[in-house]
Design a protein around this ligand. Structure first.
Ligand code: SF4
Length: 332
């Protein structure tokens, strides 16, 4: 799967880099001074790279923790995201990463020790619980077999009870959760869209039924589970499709294992959207009833309101209202 690995010179001897390299003996290893030399140049072909991305092993020397966008949280007051990985194994047409990054290569930051140190320090700065979201610039678990991210960070968070970790994923491979005793301050947050919409927009993503089975299994092991219905995608038979999805989710999960549900409208900085349209000019999703508002592309205002309200009502007929976090679009 990985044919080329770029390796920053400064981490050539890092045990984690050595361990990852040893698992790809046939890969072409290419030295570089800094990952941005490979990742950042303009004019790269995202679509072509996505077919066969290289792995870039790097050390994150910049900012390690970032504030989350207002629409991303699930009730905490101190919210941060961090990225052990840039880009994703999967290929969702609505994913903002393809508009944000110039390259589809995977950048894996191997200096977990630095992330852990800043997470610990940030947690200790307040008695308020701190939330750390790991699936903002990637899927938290899809590349676990390469990064070993959750395998390292779950034991770390298990000893940090005032810090919450959200693993946000569309993966159905939860082997890493079987190797760890469940604990309270972590949420395995599964992102879902109705089956037909997923088939048309979520390339390389495991089928809905296998992700629902994975969710059920995670809950039966004792993990808290979240549903992330974000972005909400318009379609024909909208209400019926989302109703079916919510019913399937609910009948596969005891409600006491459900930590939170978040709901968010499709929205995208217009610069990212332009780039995505150029990459996939015949993508039907981009020809929907969208408009530009305050520098963002989103569904037309009334349509957006209707679709979010429909989902909100369907959910509130099924789950307690304190579990629902409706990420209203910040777009005016
Ligand atoms: S799973 Fe998430 S991060 Fe990965 S391509 Fe889809 S939307 Fe993007």
């Amino acid at each position: 799967m990985i044919n080329s690995i770029y390796l920053e010179n400064s981490i050539r001897e890092h045990p984690k880099a050595r361990s990852i390299l040893s698992r790809f003996p046939k890969a072409n290893v290419l030295p570089c001074e800094h990952y941005k030399e490979v990742f950042n140049p303009a004019g790269q072909n995202f679509r072509l790279q996505k077919k066969n991305p290289a792995l870039i092993l790097a050390k994150q020397t910049g900012k390690l923790l970032h504030s989350i966008p207002p629409s991303y949280g699930v009730g905490g007051s101190r919210n941060f995201y961090f990225s052990h990985l840039l880009n994703c194994l999967y290929d969702c047409r609505y994913c903002f990463l393809q508009g944000m990054y110039p390259s589809a290569h995977f950048v894996h930051f191997i200096n977990s020790e630095d992330f852990m140190s800043v997470i610990k320090q940030t947690t200790e700065e307040s008695e308020e619980p701190s939330w750390f979201f790991s699936g903002y610039d990637c899927d938290s678990l899809a590349l676990e077999s390469i990064t070993g991210f959750a395998g390292e960070f779950l034991p770390f968070f298990s000893k940090l009870p005032n810090a919450w970790l959200e693993l946000r994923t569309k993966s159905a491979n939860l082997q890493v959760l079987e190797n760890q005793t469940p604990f309270d301050n972590v949420v395995i947050a599964f992102s879902f869209t109705p089956e037909e919409i997923g088939k048309q927009t979520e390339w390389k993503v495991p089928p809905l039924d296998s992700r629902i089975r994975a969710m059920k299994k995670a809950a039966s092991m004792g993990w808290k589970v979240g549903w992330r219905i974000d972005p909400v995608i318009d379609s024909t038979d909208f209400k019926k499709r989302y109703e079916e999805l919510f019913d399937s989710l609910l009948c596969n999960l005891p409600i006491q294992q459900l930590h939170s549900v978040s709901l968010g409208a499709f929205r995208m900085p217009s610069g990212f959207f332009k780039k995505m349209e150029k990459t996939y000019p015949s993508e039907p999703l981009f020809a929907g009833k969208l408009e530009k508002r305050a520098g963002m592309m989103a569904y037309e205002k009334n349509l957006e309101k209707d679709r979010l309200t429909t989902c909100e009502n369907l959910l509130l007929q099924r789950i307690p209202k304190e579990l629902l976090f409706s990420c209203k679009s910040p777009v005016v």
